[in-house]
Design a protein around this ligand. Structure first.
Ligand code: SAM
Length: 330
């Protein structure tokens, strides 16, 4: 069977599934703090069927996200079921999860035992007070740090930390994060802030760019670039003594749409072909009307052919996405 490919010849191998629209954090750059979940969740059996059909079409990696995926009861069992699926070439899927880490300490080992391979923890400050101001939840920092350590102990390696920097808010965290990555032996990923927030806070001036992050980090220790694969979204660096790994995902200042291999499923079963899509494609509606697996495959292939060539952040013709990040699944 031909692999899932879009009309720009990009192979689509990476599926992200949001398994809930609920989140227990209210990060200032992501949510308004007033609105809760807007979209429904599906039974796990429905996500599982969707994942199986996608796997048969060439998806190799599945990342669970949300909302906050660890809030969803039954997630460990879902991972166990996903681990039974095989890709089109007969291999197990590479299973990963992105979480705010608040519930990770108690769930890391069960998730690993169920077949999860890797975890990414989002964290935007390495000091407890600042962390609480960003997440708008008290006492989260120690829990998240415990979650990171539990993930390492469980062997969910490499544990990656995602950090979004905003000017005037946490851009001074670059060097503390560099130290943190070395001390905790975790892979750090800075992500440029994209216009995908619920409140209108994005402007080009707020984005802390790749070049600026490198400059700030060099004041602590010089970084040396590590060669990266074409499909990788992050530019990767090591400190000059060989320790630590820092990646910078720079969709704003150095877009990588030409190498995009991703597709997303929202918690309510809609396919999104780009974070910045202005529409989505209702896969769940197809299932509800009784579509067979091969009809679902045809639907998915057609949707993938409509994947956008690139985003238009910062351009005059930019149109905001029809959903914000927390309701898509980052
Ligand atoms: N709750 C989980 C978590 O905190 O990782 C998963 C969902 S969260 C929406 C996924 C990631 O998106 C987080 O790393 C978050 O920092 C990032 N994110 C949210 N809004 C963003 C934005 N406007 N630009 C860049 N990254 C964003």
């Amino acid at each position: 069977m031909a692999a899932l490919t879009d009309k720009f010849a990009r192979p689509i191998t990476d599926l992200r599934i949001a398994i809930t629209d609920h989140c227990n954090y209210k990060c200032v750059y992501c949510r308004t703090g007033n609105d809760g979940a807007l979209y429904s969740d599906l039974p796990f059996a429905d996500y599982l069927r969707m994942a199986r059909v996608f796997a048969g079409l060439g998806i190799k990696k599945v990342r669970l996200t949300g909302g906050e995926p660890l809030l969803r009861k039954g997630v460990v069992e879902f991972v166990r079921n996903l681990a039974q699926l095989r890709s089109a070439d007969g291999e197990p899927l590479e299973l990963a999860l992105t979480t705010n880490g608040h519930l990770l300490a108690e769930m890391a080992q069960p998730l690993k035992d169920a077949g999860l391979k890797r975890v990414t923890v989002s964290m935007d400050a390495v000091d407890p007070d600042r962390f609480a101001r960003i997440t708008r939840v008290p006492n989260g920092y120690d829990r998240v740090r415990a979650g990171i350590r539990a993930a390492k102990r469980a062997g969910l390696e490499p544990v990656k930390i995602n950090c979004v920097l905003l000017r005037g808010f946490n851009e001074d965290q670059v060097v503390p994060f560099g130290m943190f990555a070395r001390e905790e032996d975790v892979v750090l990923r800075f992500i440029e802030f994209m216009p995908l927030e619920e409140d209108r806070v994005w402007s080009p001036d707020v984005v802390v760019t790749l070049d600026e992050i490198l400059k700030r980090m060099a004041e602590y220790r010089p970084l040396v670039e590590i060669p990266h694969q074409r499909s990788e979204t992050a530019r990767r660096y090591r400190f000059d003594d060989g320790a630590g790994e820092i990646g910078i995902i720079a969709p704003v200042s150095h877009p990588f749409c030409g190498q995009c291999s991703r597709i997303r499923l929202t918690s309510d079963g809609k396919i999104r072909t780009c974070l910045f899509s202005v529409w989505d494609h209702d896969l769940y509606a197809q299932m509800r009307r009784g579509a067979s697996d091969s009809e679902l495959e045809d639907f998915i292939r057609n949707v993938v052919l409509r994947k956008e060539e690139r985003h238009h952040i910062g351009e005059a013709d930019f149109v905001p996405a029809s959903r914000t990040m927390v309701h898509i699944g980052g």
